[in-house]
Design a protein around this ligand. Sequence first.
Ligand SMILES: Nc1ncnc2c1ncn2[C@@H]1O[C@H](COP(=O)(O)OP(=O)(O)OP(=O)(O)O)[C@@H](O)[C@H]1O
Ligand SMILES: [Mg+2]
Length: 268
Amino acid sequence: MVAVTKPMIEQAPSPMMTVPKIMARGVDMFYGSFQALHGVSLDIEANKVTAFIGPSGCGKSTFLRCLNRMNDLIDGARVQGRIEIEGTDIYASHVDPVALRKSVGMVFQKPNPFPMSIYDNVAYGPRLHGMKGKTELDALVELSLKQAALWDEVKDKLKQSGGALSGGQQQRLCIARTLAVGPEIILMDEPCSALDPIATAKIEELISELKQSYTIVIVTHNMQQAQRTSDKTAFFMLGRLVELSETSQLFTSPQMKETDDYISGRFG
Ligand SMILES: Nc1ncnc2c1ncn2[C@@H]1O[C@H](COP(=O)(O)OP(=O)(O)OP(=O)(O)O)[C@@H](O)[C@H]1O
Ligand SMILES: [Mg+2]
């Protein structure tokens, strides 16, 4: 749950309806006078993997960053429209962006471990949020590294620098670091683009495991990866959402001509 007050009045969901984890309505996003997103509306389901695909510059990363208010950190960036997580407007004045980002974690394209030990990389967030006890921290570091499928490879060298790991291990360390603060949603922006095929396969396997407990949104340029890892795929073009469908449907019988052109390699 997002660490904010819930609205007083909530609509009871109909039993037939799945309540989306994330709901975006009419999202426009500007960098100064440049409009990067135009009226994006979509629902993201809980405990599913949703992939964002589309040509370079179409706004995938921009939209992803709207979901945990990372764009707040960019000078001149402005978001309009509504984004709710479990019914809470994440841009409402009472929402603390730091608490939001704890609940909506992010993994970046290039593995970016902090310049400190493997242990401290994972313990960093929990310590920042007030966890002090060694026993408690040890247990959380172990659990997070296990969840990120890295524990067996690093359990005997936790004091070694995170930067001394291979690229794929570093990315799993970054995932462990994200998991350690207890997110519900994990945003991944091309998490495998700097990795070799074996490290990529490990991350993809991990994504399938993590979706049992987390809601995952992954940006990828690799259409095979979208098909292997995701349940739903959203295709973006020129700052607009063109189509969001079941992944199997989007890649076999897309509803929109633009999607068809893109997935069959006619542009992008
Ligand atoms: N910090 C920024 N300041 C100004 N414009 C930006 C900024 N970041 C992105 N843009 C612009 O917004 C548009 C969308 O960019 P974005 O990075 O979201 O695209 P993308 O779909 O993630 O592309 P890629 O696949 O290459 O990563 C582009 O035209 C880009 O130049
Ligand atoms: Mg991008």
